[in-house]
Write a protein that binds this ligand. Sequence first.
Ligand code: DAH
Length: 326
Amino acid sequence: MDDLRAKVEEIRREFKSLIEEVGDLDALERIRIRFIGKKGEVTELFKVLRTLPPEMKREAGKLLNQLKNEVETSIARKKDELERLARRAAYDLSLPGRRHRLGHKHPLTLIVEELNEIAKGLGFEILTESPEIEWDYYNFEALNIPAHHPARDMWSTLFITDKMLLRTHTSPVQIRVMEKRTPPLKVFFPGRVYRLDPFDQTHAPAFYQAEGLYINRNVSFAELKGTLELFVKELFGPSAKLKFVPSYFPFTEPSAEVAVYYNGEWLEILGCGMVHPKVFEAVGYDPEFWTGYAFGLGPDRIAMIKYGIDDIRLFYENDLRFLKEF
Ligand code: DAH
């Protein structure tokens, strides 16, 4: 029995020193076979057990089982540890990181944001949201464009019902703002608009507008002119040349268009005028008391001039080769 005890101790010591140093799974498997494999050292001891007299068997059995359990647990624990290390080694920390491709803003978004900033600098409050599906009333009627008015030909659009349509300009927002508030007010509202236009080099069926509205007492055309001059010079630089051309819009009187000189041509970039008395009447403002101006800019046209682009379709085709240029 003492012999057996000594033998168990010897095996335990030997096993412990080996298991502490083992560094890979193959070596660990060799240790397993050496101690608890079919012909392993611990397995062999169990064979000795059979030869012992019955009174010793009990104690010897306990001793051997304890050793076997120790060996099994240690091997299992080591196996876990080595597998975890192997998994971690699969990450090569010396590899360069993966770069995430970041998108950026669309050229028209950049222009709209720039227009907002300029307007803010001129004292306008920015309204970023307004309905693109609009009532006939706001898009036409309240802007002094009654049904069957020939001016409607300037703005053919898609009707959703006979009273509801895709807005053809941002001017209906003028009415929405005035209905809700009392003057003085100075607001600027960019947005998307729709027209029954062909999709060609200079037209798109959906495009952008940005509109300004100022209502107060004694607003003059000179004030409108001064404001737009500042606006355009802020946009195209202090040497930009612009001119006012008389025009017609049902919701302003008098009305004008502003053109900028670019590449040997005068290009129209906005419509403007003094708010028409009929428009004031539609929103319940006294036209004898209040005055105001309004203007509507075309961000697409402005982007084409600023970036030197000769085809509006490029903004809407989502060709990454084009978009990456900005
Ligand atoms: N709504 C006009 C259009 O789409 C542009 C416009 C003209 C807006 C004159 C205005 C304005 O605010 O005063 O053609």
